[in-house]
Design a protein around this ligand. Structure first.
Ligand SMILES: *[C@@H]1O[C@H](CO)[C@@H](O)[C@H](O)[C@H]1NC(C)=O
Length: 294
């Protein structure tokens, strides 16, 4: 059987380059952190058998974190968000590493996104079959291209994941891409915009979730002095701060003008957190300081 599969894939690869690219997600690796295992993660192979004997605690919520272009499991996003999650509650945190493709050119990384997301959905399906994870208590968090990765994963799982949080989802090649992260990818989709709407912004400016938070108007974060990378990173920094402090409260806005003029005065909603029963819709502005916890 294995030999047959090998010949089969080799034949596919030979006649169709897309057959290779569709396998990009097979290079994903999955790393589990728990309150018993905060520093050194355990790698979990994406098979039902391996997941079944893993230390994932099925009685806890699970949060899966996906890095973006140029990232890896070691990128600061992961330790910061993982530590913030585990200080506040007992959860399973699974960090996905897709650095084999994320470390390539931006357009190669973009090409890998559908496959990386589809394989992530495969991992999650195996975890559900192994009765270690339930979609009702699952939160997918993705930064930059990782936001679209979790969008794909959510779509493959029929939008039944409890929550997706998109941290400044990448804009380039996604601005008008119908496969970008969208409202139907999970029961609740929250997007945190920190570097969007300006000429060199990394992130999508459109409101694409159930709730979209525009942090300090959605660009040029305090202390970043028009450094786009700094404002882009602020999306995971404020998300981590929301996990430890739950203090960043947005106000519902009616118009883009209100967002940019900071005149949103309507309903309030806490930004971020690991709340899986959040309800809300619309665009919110949240104002923050310049240093952690913002
Ligand atoms: C953003 O975060 C990454 C990963 O931690 C880091 O390498 C990079 O220098 C940061 N960019 C800026 C502009 O701070």
């Amino acid at each position: 059987m294995e030999r047959f599969l090998f010949v089969f894939f080799a034949a596919l690869a030979a006649c169709n380059a897309n057959a290779i690219s569709a396998r990009q997600g097979s290079f994903n690796t999955y790393h589990l952190y728990t309150s018993q295992n905060i520093r050194i993660p355990t790698a979990i192979p994406p098979t039902e058998a391996a997941i079944r004997v893993s230390d994932i605690n099925p009685n806890l919520k699970t949060v899966i974190v996906v890095h973006g272009h140029g990232g890896s499991m070691g990128t600061s996003l992961n330790p910061l968000v993982k530590d913030a999650l585990l200080t506040r509650e007992d959860v399973n945190v699974i960090v996905v590493d897709w650095s084999v493709f994320a470390s390539q050119s931006y357009s190669n990384a973009v090409t890998a996104v559908p496959s990386v997301g589809t394989f992530l959905a495969g991992f999650i399906s195996q975890a559900v079959i192994a009765e270690k994870v339930s979609l009702a208590t699952l939160h997918l968090v993705g930064f930059d291209l990782g936001a679209h990765v979790v969008g794909f994963a959510g779509r493959v799982l029929n939008g039944n994941v409890a929550r997706i949080t998109g941290l400044n989802p990448s804009d380039s090649q996604w601005g008008s891409n119908s496969q970008r992260l969208s409202i139907s990818d999970a029961r609740y989709v929250e997007v945190i915009h920190t570097d969007s709407g300006l000429m060199f912004s990394n992130g999508i400016h459109d409101a694409i979730g159930h709730v979209d938070f525009y942090v300090n108007g959605g660009n040029n974060q305090p202390g970043c002095f028009y450094n786009n990378g700094c404002s882009h990173n602020r999306s995971w920094e404020v998300f981590a701060a929301s996990l430890t402090h739950d203090h960043l409260i947005g106000n519902l806005c009616g118009t883009w003008l209100q967002i940019s003029l900071n005149t949103c005065r309507s309903f309030t909603l806490p930004m971020g957190t690991n709340d899986l029963e959040k309800i809300g819709s619309g665009m919110y502005r949240v104002n923050t300081g310049r240093t952690y916890p913002y």
